[in-house]
Ligand binder design. Structure first.
Ligand code: NDP
Length: 258
């Protein structure tokens, strides 16, 4: 390919929103999109971490900003979408990545514990998709919506029925939006990461017994890193995936098939 041939992975002039983009997997994907040329808007709650992430992304030579946003709040997501469109003129790529899990006894779990996880992981992904899709349809010209689900979509997760339910529902939501939005040239997919060494996984990564047990079941024999999610994010955000929709893609070092 000649130097002048435009790459199908080029994201120059595209604007990408990454919820939960101030650290971990979200920041890893944001870095990947930025390296492909995208302008980045980070939607997360911690303003100090937001500012640090924006500085890191800007150092890669692209425009970036952040909005203080709680994705479980409808008004917060509506405002974040309006602010981003006001600032950058458009949104081409929306990544619903913000999420968390807790380990709780499934029998003793309160409804409040259940709902807290669902409201960020599921309601937050829905609100992010809904607001960004509305904008994309109004402006025309298509777009990309990507959710970060989990491999727990497809197997039992001890002490995490709320987390597994939220991610299973996100997968179903993605397929439904994919069907609905295809006519607007909007591709909708999800990524199912395996065990990725971010802050939330620290207790497992630093527990010799637990990490040995997990890695012996992982063909790649290592934990994933946020950098391992860069490539799939760029692919799903770019023209390279223009006929690829409604899918759920594992990035797990082979854990699920072993
Ligand atoms: P981190 O805890 O490192 O990052 C979570 C991010 O989500 C932070 O940026 C946090 O920012 C943001 N966030 C959390 N709640 C909210 C909220 N209510 N509104 C806005 N932002 C929020 O987690 P990971 O990077 O590990 O996880 C990212 C995604 O990947 C999650 O959806 C998780 O379920 C999924 N995942 C992770 C795996 C792993 O092994 N690490 C495996 C499979 C899936 P702030 O607190 O500032 O709002």
């Amino acid at each position: 390919m000649s130097e002048n041939t435009p790459s199908i992975f080029d994201l120059t002039s595209r604007v990408a929103v990454v919820t939960g983009g101030n650290r971990g997997i979200g920041l890893g994907m944001a870095r990947g999109l930025a390296r492909a040329g995208a302008t980045i808007s980070i939607w997360s709650r911690d303003e100090t971490k937001n500012a640090e992430a924006v500085a890191e992304i800007e150092a890669l030579g692209v425009r970036a900003s952040s909005v203080r946003c709680d994705v479980s709040s409808e008004s917060s997501v509506v405002d974040a979408c309006a602010q981003t469109v006001e600032q950058f003129g458009r949104i081409d790529i929306g990544i619903a990545n913000a999420g968390f899990g807790t380990y709780s006894d499934p029998i003793g779990m309160s409804l409040e514990q259940w709902r807290r996880v669902l409201s960020t992981n599921l309601d937050g992904s829905f609100l992010t998709f809904r607001e960004i899709a509305k904008h994309m349809i109004e402006r025309g010209g298509g777009g990309k919506l990507i959710a970060v689900s989990s491999m727990v979509e497809s197997f039992g997760a001890p002490k995490q029925p709320h987390y597994a339910a939220s991610k299973g529902a996100v997968g179903a939501m993605v397929r439904s939006y994919a069907v609905e939005l295809a006519r607007h040239d909007i591709q909708v997919n999800s990524i199912r990461p395996g065990w990725i060494a971010t802050e939330v996984l620290d207790p497992i990564v630093h527990d010799e017994k637990a990490s040995k047990a997990l890695l012996s079941r992982t063909p790649a024999r290592r934990f994933g890193t946020p950098e391992d999610l860069e490539g799939i994010a760029v692919y799903l955000a770019s023209d390279a995936s223009r006929f690829h929709t409604g899918d759920s893609i594992l990035v797990d070092g082979g854990y699920t098939i072993f």
